[in-house]
Design a protein around this ligand. Structure first.
Ligand SMILES: Cc1cc2nc3c(=O)[nH]c(=O)nc-3n(C[C@H](O)[C@H](O)[C@H](O)COP(=O)(O)O)c2cc1C
Length: 201
């Protein structure tokens, strides 16, 4: 059984060739779908949130909130039911599902927090890097019902629903169906010349 997971550094090294040397953790984080269905411990889960907590944010507003359900808990079906069919096919083997929401206004003056999504994106990346380092699968998801999530989880109006995250223990690729097995490999990126534009567009 080939476990192609976050900590499979050889698969990552094969697929990802940086143009400049960067910290290995950045290249080694990727988004596998194959998970074992085993639970995530309380300590592991809190370690992920601890990593998220230290993200930078405008005025240190810390707009991120992580709503979550553990596998086999009473809340699990509610979270799982938000996912679209494609994501349900693989995320059923996650240990934890999260809905990430972000506060759109500052708590102290109610003014719009223009960078709230940007800040919450940084918190998610912290969580993903920490999880990758711990050998966990951490996989972001846009494929779910945003309106239903806001309703079902009593998200207050001043928060925006940003994304969902599946966290789990790596599993063998054989747990995936043929379509998703085909997709199970680390991806490449655009060259720097396409993303860094000196002097503007
Ligand atoms: C916010 C966000 C939403 C995503 N939505 C989905 C999704 O709904 N389903 C899925 O299978 N992958 C989803 N992905 C995974 C991306 O496709 C993946 O991160 C991207 O292809 C880059 O690959 P890597 O994470 O392995 O480096 C999402 C990732 C992010 C960050």
């Amino acid at each position: 059984m080939d476990i192609l997971a976050n900590n499979n550094h050889s698969a990552v090294a094969e697929a990802r060739k940086p143009a400049y040397q960067i910290e290995p953790i950045i290249l080694q984080r990727w988004s596998p779908r194959a998970m074992s269905g085993e639970p995530i411990s309380e300590r592991e889960l809190m370690t992920l949130f601890e990593a998220a907590r230290w993200a930078p944010s405008s005025y240190n507003g810390q707009p991120w909130r992580f709503l979550y359900a553990r596998r086999d808990s009473a809340a699990w079906p509610k979270f799982f039911g938000l996912l679209d069919e494609f994501n349900q096919r693989w995320a059923k083997a996650a240990g934890v599902l999260m809905v990430v929401v972000s506060r759109k206004s500052f708590e102290w003056d109610g003014n719009p927090a223009r960078t709230h999504s940007f800040d919450t994106g940084a918190a998610w990346q912290n969580l993903a890097l920490q999880g990758s380092k711990m050998g966990l699968v951490v996989h972001g998801m846009e494929g779910f019902d945003y309106e239903k999530a806001a309703q079902a989880l009593n998200v207050p109006n001043e928060f925006a629903v940003e994304a969902m995250i599946a966290v789990g223990r790596p599993g063998p690729v054989e747990v995936l169906d043929a379509e998703q097995r085909e997709m199970e490999s680390p991806s490449d990126r655009r060259p720097i010349t396409e993303i860094a534009l000196e002097g503007g567009f």
